[in-house]
Design a protein around this ligand. Structure first.
Ligand SMILES: NC(=O)c1ccc[n+]([C@@H]2O[C@H](COP(=O)([O-])OP(=O)(O)OC[C@H]3O[C@@H](n4cnc5c(N)ncnc54)[C@H](OP(=O)(O)O)[C@@H]3O)[C@@H](O)[C@H]2O)c1
Length: 300
């Protein structure tokens, strides 16, 4: 599989695999290890996590599997996130969900993630969401500290606008190598909110979360997803593509920003299906057919 250099020192796979839903897959540790190794066999080497996934359990489940075969660590790139402080039984004193992008919390969260993964470094740490109370100088100071200690090799953000990124960059000597945002035919906001223009200007590859709109593109349940499903179905028939999901990924790959989809499935056959997207070329008109289905109207 093609690798993408998202910074001079970080190369990740063309598709990333995400572990948000890991707990739902109900895999034993040995099953999970087998799953990870099978995903690696497909060429995907980059794995997306967050401290909060599975109510703070997914990192540790992944780490337990990794502990069974420590040699795998060097073959994978681990991404994780911090900053969301949800109301959770794990933190019974917390009354109100909030964000914390302060120095102390970032240091604490990184240490917890390292313990969970049974590793001594993270390849990429993202601030999970823009924080209305962010003091960018403090966040930057935490980044510099965990970078200097070798705990985190690269940094990025998630769900940020260009202005949010510029604000943090202004205080940071290290680059922000990516912004992980929701992109799919059902979520087009980043084509018009300045983010895509910013990514292209700066040469940033965005990571796309929920590329199948959390499965809704395959199993539509509202007017918009039905509309997109109908268009994808017609196009798959015309282009003789076996699966709607393959076409949906091909639509992301067609964009010049080099969007990197994060797969969310727990099924290997669906991962294989996704990777076939690299064999499909979409014409400009075909790309716009899907774009218009998402918009719900013709482009002016
Ligand atoms: N940064 C953020 O704020 C943020 C937010 C959300 C997610 N994420 C990341 O993005 C990753 C992907 O998000 P997502 O899980 O919502 O992705 P998605 O691909 O949009 O949705 C995956 C869901 O669709 C289902 N599905 C149904 N048919 C499918 C098919 N043919 N192929 C693949 N999946 C199918 C999957 O079920 P099966 O497992 O049964 O296949 C799964 O429940 C997450 O794991 C996480 O790492 C980041």
């Amino acid at each position: 599989m093609e690798k993408i250099k998202i910074s001079p020192t970080l190369e990740i796979s063309r598709f990333v695999h995400g572990f948000w839903r890991l707990k739902e897959w109900k895999m034993s540790s040995s099953e999970l290890l087998h799953f990870i190794e099978t995903v690696l066999d497909t060429g995907i080497t980059t794995f997306d996590h967050a401290d909060i996934y599975g109510d703070f359990s997914c990192e540790a489940l992944f780490g337990e599997a990794l502990k069974r075969k420590p040699a795998l660590r060097k073959k994978i790139q681990l991404i994780t996130k911090c900053g969301i402080m949800p109301v959770s039984q794990k933190f019974s004193e917390r009354r109100v969900g909030h964000y914390d992008t302060g120095y102390a919390h970032i240091l604490k969260s990184v240490d917890r993630s390292l313990r969970n993964f049974h590793t001594d470094y993270l390849d990429l740490l993202l601030i999970h969401r823009p924080d209305p109370l962010m003091d960018p100088a403090e966040t930057a100071r935490a980044f510099e500290e965990v970078h200097q200690s070798g705990k985190v090799l690269h940094f990025g953000v998630s769900n940020f606008t260009p202005a949010d990124m510029e604000m943090l960059k202004a205080h940071l000597s290290l680059p922000l190598v990516t912004n992980e945002v929701e992109i799919s035919p059902a979520q087009l906001e980043h084509f018009s909110n300045g983010n895509m223009a910013y990514f292209l200007q700066k040469g940033i590859h965005p990571l796309a979360w929920s590329p199948l709109a959390q499965g809704k593109l395959l199993h539509p349940d509202d007017e918009k997803s039905h509309r997109i499903h109908k268009t994808l179905t017609a196009l798959t028939q015309r282009k003789e593509i076996v699966s709607l999901s393959t076409l949906a990924y091909a639509w992301l790959l067609r964009h010049p920003a080099g969007i990197i989809p994060i797969l969310g499935t727990g099924k290997i056959e669906r991962i294989t299906e996704a990777l076939k997207a690299t064999e499909i070329s979409l014409s400009t008109e075909e790309w716009f057919e899907i774009y218009e289905a998402g918009l719900g109207h013709r482009v002016p």
